[in-house]
Design a protein around this ligand. Structure first.
Ligand SMILES: [Zn+2]
Length: 305
């Protein structure tokens, strides 16, 4: 009798359990869906990123090694060219800064304050950034703001102390060069930036203005930094177009720029050299030099027709 009762009780309990099971499952699924929804509020727009990744598979920019005609080659010292000889324009577009290539001690970039704000940035960024923000205003009636631009070594050290997991160590941040900007749209900062049309436009088109998304999606293995859709780095043209269309990071671009070689992309030639004597093909205009922070220089210009 006792046994029967006990069996009956067990049956009842297990029936009760079975009855509750669908409810538990429903609650679990609801909680999971809620979790996904909550995450999607702060995570980037996955659909946009998926679309952009697929588009990236089908885009490319010309980047081919070539040998310039010997009689068109000219030579000068790196010192002469960085001081403007032969109409050469000096900039820091291709200055590589990361954990492996920190800034030289005491590095002091040239800076301007942007329009009537207190934002400090390299003079190279002023005109391209103005055009980008004006285009955003015209296209989307939205205002692009700068959250962070130039940071001194002390400010970067403070940032590192505040956010040790995400901020770069002092000397290893592009913000110390004045060549990087963290941007946002009001109420849409961080990954939320990609939830706005303006943020998506910045990510897809900033190369047209000479900027790159310096820490792209799925490129942490190359840059060492997780995806930052808000961090723009100015590298100028043609470099921004080559990197964007070929889906290369700045690190990957340098892997392809073999020192001493010449490369062609559209009307441009590009060459990375170690110096101290530098060589370049006679060039019509737009002749540039940038130190690479790896002991050498990158030269580029438009080809003489
Ligand atoms: Zn940044």
């Amino acid at each position: 009798m006792k046994t029967t009762k006990s069996t009956k009780n067990t049956k009842n309990t297990s029936n009760k359990k079975r009855r509750w099971l669908p409810l538990f499952l429903c609650l679990f699924l609801l909680a999971a869906a809620g979790g996904v929804f909550a995450v999607s509020k702060v995570k980037p727009d996955w659909l946009y990123l998926a679309r952009q990744s697929v588009t990236g598979l089908f885009s490319s920019a010309e980047f081919e090694a070539f040998t310039p005609e010997a009689e068109t080659l000219q030579t000068a010292s790196a010192e002469e060219l960085t001081q403007g000889a032969y109409g050469c324009i000096y900039g820091t577009e291709l200055f590589l800064v990361n954990e492996d290539h920190p800034l030289p001690a005491g590095y002091t970039p040239s800076l301007i304050t942007y329009q009537d704000t207190e934002v400090s940035m390299s003079p190279l960024l002023e005109e391209p950034y103005r055009r980008l923000s004006e285009d955003i205003a015209a296209r989307f009636q939205d205002t692009l703001y700068i959250r962070s631009s130039y940071r001194s070594a002390e400010e970067q050290a403070a940032e590192k102390e505040e956010q040790p997991a995400v901020a770069a160590a002092s000397g290893a941040s592009e913000h110390e060069t004045g060549m990087a900007l963290d941007v946002y749209i009001p109420y849409y900062g961080g990954y939320g930036f990609l939830k706005t049309d303006a943020g998506q436009y910045v990510n897809s088109h900033c190369w047209e203005y000479g900027f790159i998304i310096r820490y792209p999606f799925l490129k942490t293995g190359s840059t060492g930094i997780p995806f930052e859709p808000w961090h723009l780095r100015y590298v100028g043209l043609p470099h921004a177009e080559i990197m964007e269309k070929n889906s290369w990071t700045l690190e990957e671009y340098f892997e392809r720029l073999v020192p001493g070689n010449f490369y062609r992309s559209g009307n441009y030639w590009i060459s990375r050299q170690e110096g101290p004597t530098l060589t370049w093909p006679a060039t019509e205009s737009d002749f540039h030099i940038s130190p690479d922070n790896q002991g050498g220089y990158v030269l580029w210009g438009t080809e003489q027709k």
